[in-house]
Design a protein around this ligand. Structure first.
Ligand code: ADP
Ligand code: MG
Length: 367
C-alpha cells in the first residue's frame, strides 16, 4: 500500500492509523507509537552498532542489513530501535504496509490460523508486507509448525530482498526452544548486540528523558541515579517518573536527599565504609604522589590523572555529592562532573586504566 492510497486512511493524533485498514496494516503494532524515534534515542558505545544498522535499514532496506537481528538484555532499547525503524521508514516513504508485531501476537495469529485451517491466507497476509519487524523472537512458540510458518515467511522476504528486522534477548546460538533451521535463518543476516549502557550513556539518557518530560534534575541527582540503578533503562525511566510525580505533588524540587528516600527500595545505597583520607591515600601511594599534591592546584600531568581518578572513585564508592567531592580538591562541582566524564571516556578504550581502577577500588574496599 503506497503513498497514493494513504490518503484514504486517517492518521489519528498519536500517529496511529485508523480507518478501514486491511488487517495487516499495523493493526497489532506499536509502530506508530510516537515515542519510539531515532531522535529520542540516546546513542552510546553500547548501542551504536544496532543504531547504525537500524538507520541503514531505513536508508537501504533489504540490502546490507537483511535480516537484521538486534539482541541484548531487557530494557536496553531493542523495542525502541525497532519502533524507530518503523516510524522513520513509514514517515519517509509514506508506506503503511509495514508490520511491527510482538512475537507473542504473531504466534497467536499462527496458532489461530492452524486451528481455522487458514494458514495459506495467513502467509499471504504477511508476505504482502514491504517490511516485517518482529519483536522478541525468543517468545516464539516451541511448536515446530509455528516455527515452520515463520521460516516460510522469512524465506519469502529474504529471497525477494524485503527487509526483516528481529529482536531477541539472546544471540541465535543461545536461543533455546528454537529449531536448527530457524536458528540458521536468524544467522543469515547482520547481528547487532545492545549492551548495558555505560555510566556516561545512562547520564545522557536521564538528561534527555528529564528534558522531554520537563523534569528539573540537578547533576548530582542524575549522577546518583546513573550510578546507583542498574542498566535497565525502563527502570531508570520509572525512577525518574516517581521523582517527578513527587515533585509535582509536593511542589518541592528534587534533591539528592529526597531521591535517596523515595528510591530506597530500588537502589543500593553504598554505605561510606571508607573515609576520604584513606581513599586518597591509596591512590596517591599507587601513583607515588603526596596527598598535598592531589588536593593542590597543581596542573602537571603526574597529578592530573590521579586527581581525576580520585574524584571518579570517590563518586563510585561514596555517596558524596559532586559539590562535596569538589571541596576536597578546592574545585567546584562542574570540575568534578567533568573529571568523572573524562575518566568514563578514557575507560572505553583504555584497558590498562580500567584494570588500574579495578585494582585501586579493590584495594580501597578491602581497607
Ligand atoms: P528492550 O526492548 O530492550 O527490553 P525497550 O526498547 O523497551 O527495551 O526500552 C526500555 C525503555 O527505555 C523504553 O521506554 C525506551 O524508550 C527507553 N530506552 C532504551 N534505550 C534508550 C536510549 N538509548 N535512549 C533513550 N531511551 C531509551
Ligand atoms: Mg522489548
Amino acid at each position: 500500500m503506497k503513498a497514493e492510497k494513504l490518503k484514504d486512511y486517517k492518521l489519528n493524533g498519536k500517529g496511529a492509523v485508523s480507518g478501514d485498514l486491511p488487517q495487516y496494516a499495523g493493526v497489532h503494532s506499536t509502530v506508530f507509537n510516537p515515542k519510539y524515534t531515532f531522535s529520542n534515542f540516546v546513542v552510546g558505545e553500547s548501542n551504536k552498532k544496532a543504531y547504525e544498522a537500524a538507520k541503514g535499514v531505513c536508508k537501504n532496506p533489504g540490502t546490507l542489513y537483511n535480516p537484521l537481528l538486534i539482541h541484548g538484555g531487557v530494557g536496553l532499547g531493542k523495542t525502541h530501535i525497532l519502533g524507530s525503524i518503523a516510524n522513520e521508514y513509514v514517515n519517509a516513504n509514506a508506506i503503511v504496509d509495514v508490520m511491527f508485531i510482538s512475537c507473542e501476537i504473531f504466534t497467536d495469529d499462527v496458532i489461530h490460523s492452524i486451528r481455522q485451517k487458514t494458514l495459506k491466507t495467513l502467509e499471504n497476509k504477511y508476505n504482502a508486507l514491504s517490511m516485517f519487524l518482529i519483536d522478541d523472537v525468543h517468545f516464539i512458540s516451541n511448536s515446530e509448525q509455528t516455527q515452520e510458518v515463520f521460516i516460510n515467511i522469512f524465506h519469502y522476504f529474504y529471497e525477494r530482498k524485503k527487509q526483516i528486522v528481529l529482536t531477541s534477548d539472546k544471540p541465535p546460538e543461545s536461543l533455546g526452544n528454537i529449531t536448527e533451521s530457524l536458528k540458521r535463518c536468524f544467522k543469515l543476516g547482520f547481528l547487532a548486540e545492545v549492551l548495558p549502557p555505560s555510566m556516561e550513556t545512562k547520564v545522557s539518557i536521564l538528561q534527555k528523558k528529564a528534558e522531554l518530560e520537563n523534569i528539573e534534575l540537578s547533576d548530582d541527582v542524575v549522577y546518583f541515579l546513573a550510578s546507583s540503578l542498574g542498566s535497565n533503562i525502563r527502570e531508570l525511566e520509572g525512577s525518574l517518573l516517581k521523582l517527578s510525580a513527587h515533585a509535582n505533588f509536593t511542589g518541592n524540587s528534587i534533591d539528592l536527599e529526597i531521591t535517596k528516600k523515595l528510591l530506597k527500595d530500588l537502589i543500593m545505597i553504598k554505605p561510606d565504609v571508607v573515609d576520604i583520607e584513606s581513599i586518597l591515600h591509596v591512590i596517591c601511594q599507587h601513583f607515588g604522589i603526596g596527598i598535598n599534591d592531589i588536593s593542590s592546584t597543581k596542573r602537571t600531568k603526574d597529578v592530573l590523572l590521579p586527581r581525576q581518578l580520585a574524584m571518579y572513585i570517590l563518586k563510585r564508592l561514596t555517596s558524596l555529592s559532586f559539590e562535596e567531592i569538589g571541596l576536597q580538591f578546592g574545585k567546584d562541582h562542574s570540575t568534578v562532573i567533568y573529571s568523572c566524564n573524562q575518566v568514563e571516556r578514557k575507560l572505553k578504550d583504555n584497558e590498562f586504566l580500567s584494570k588500574t581502577i579495578d585494582k585501586l577500588m579493590n584495594k580501597i574496599t578491602k581497607l
